[in-house]
Write a protein that binds this ligand. Structure first.
Ligand code: MG
Length: 390
């Protein structure tokens, strides 16, 4: 790599953000952090600013700007709100988007429209903003390198053919199966928030952990893969792999299947997306083969985990449907975490909300904001009706 790469990290105080800080801090000869942004955790953000001395820090929550200004080193520029996020999205060689949920859309579009590399750990923005993000990706210099472990694996596998996706028969995304793998519908009727948050292999934030328990995370990842690699939904498949060692496969026209393996450690995909096309010289997730006995694979139970099919349906409908799917899911997951609805209702809220979807095309940022808001209104009505009925 020639010279030091500048990095802007959005969502620095979340789970991915904290691991990115570790990677960046441990590789200061390769990266210089110029901006850090978080939604509201002033204390942690200020602590990170003292560690990495970025020139800019931004906080999404406007009301915390004074508190942040007092907490960061003198001379650090402090920004806030949407304008603050827009500013940090465009000022570095690599923008690592680790925001949570739909809120990441501004950053995804900001980085791509500025012609930067987007190291993407926010799948929701790609799914909700689909057609608009596709246009932004055409900006000169713009590129996406996925941080999501499965997509990062596919990105690595695809490098084994110079023909790219033209040589691809099938992309197979692996799923750990989450905490409820093998469970019956009866059992799942009684599960609570603590059960859903007990993920067997990955340590992650609450939103994605709940998504993993419903397999909506995998459904969203199918749509993410389709946006990233443009192979069409018919060439994307899912297999359950409880050990989370094989992070995905790509099957090629000559019969070869290429996979990427490592222990589940997000610091590897973070480093990959920062360094690509080179590799980080520090190893994360290396496998000890002397202790590895078996790798298991099994089909997804699509009856019990209906979110997978909902995602495929929304993807096939196209237009604003994936945006609606994502928004309805965010509302449903939030309601579940607030103990307003049971776990089984997450899928039902999403399905019922999608029934109200009227086909709409997304041509610009405002269209996406509108579609997201309509879907949230509908989903919130569905949640409220269920609460009343309970
Ligand atoms: Mg993933």
């Amino acid at each position: 790599m020639s010279g030091v790469r500048t990095v802007s990290l959005v969502g620095s105080t979340g789970s991915i953000g904290a691991q990115a800080i570790e990677v960046l801090n441990g590789n200061r000869e390769r990266f210089r952090v110029v901006a850090l942004a978080a939604s509201q955790s002033v204390g942690r953000l200020a602590e990170q600013a003292r560690l990495l001395s970025p020139s800019v820090v931004a906080i999404a929550d406007q009301s915390k700007v004074a508190e942040l200004r007092d907490a960061v080193p003198k001379g650090t520029e402090v920004l806030a709100g949407d304008d603050g996020l827009d500013a940090v999205a465009g000022i570095a060689d690599v923008v690592l988007n680790a925001a949570v949920g739909f809120a990441g859309l501004r950053v995804t579009l900001g980085a791509l429209n500025a012609g930067r590399r987007l190291a993407l750990a926010n799948k929701e923005s790609l799914i909700a903003g689909g057609p608009v993000v596709r246009m932004a990706r055409r900006t000169r210099g713009a590129e996406i390198v996925p941080v999501d472990s499965e997509h990062c694996a596919v990105h690595q596998c695809l490098r084994s053919s110079d023909n790219g996706v033209a040589d691809v028969v099938r992309i197979v995304l692996t799923a750990s199966g989450g905490p409820f793998r093998g469970r019956s519908a009866d059992y799942l009727a009684g599960v609570g928030v603590e059960d859903a948050l007990a993920h067997p292999t990955w340590k992650m934030g609450p939103k994605i952990t709940v998504d993993s328990s419903t397999l909506m995370n995998k459904g969203l990842e199918v749509l993410e893969a389709n946006e990233l690699f443009e192979v069409g939904l018919d060439r994307i498949d899912i297999v359950v792999h409880p050990q989370s060692i094989v992070h995905s496969f790509v099957e090629f026209v000559d019969g070869a299947t290429i996979a990427q393996l490592s222990r589940p450690d997000m610091r590897l995909p973070i480093g990959y997306a920062l360094c690509y096309p080179e590799r980080l010289s520090v190893a994360f997730g290396e496998i000890d083969w002397s202790g590895m006995r078996s790798l298991e694979f099994e089909p997804v139970d699509r009856k019990v985990f209906g979110c997978v099919d909902l995602a495929f349906e929304a993807g096939r409908a196209g237009g604003g449907a994936p945006c609606w799917l994502n928004a309805a899911n965010e509302v449903a997951v939030e309601a579940f975490l607030a103990r307003r609805v049971p776990w089984v209702a997450i899928k039902e809220v999403v399905a019922e909300t999608l029934q109200a979807y009227e086909p709409v095309e997304l041509e610009n940022f405002e269209d996406v904001i509108d579609a997201d808001a309509s879907a949230r209104r509908h989903a919130e009505m569905v949640v409220a009706a269920r609460e009343r009925a309970a």
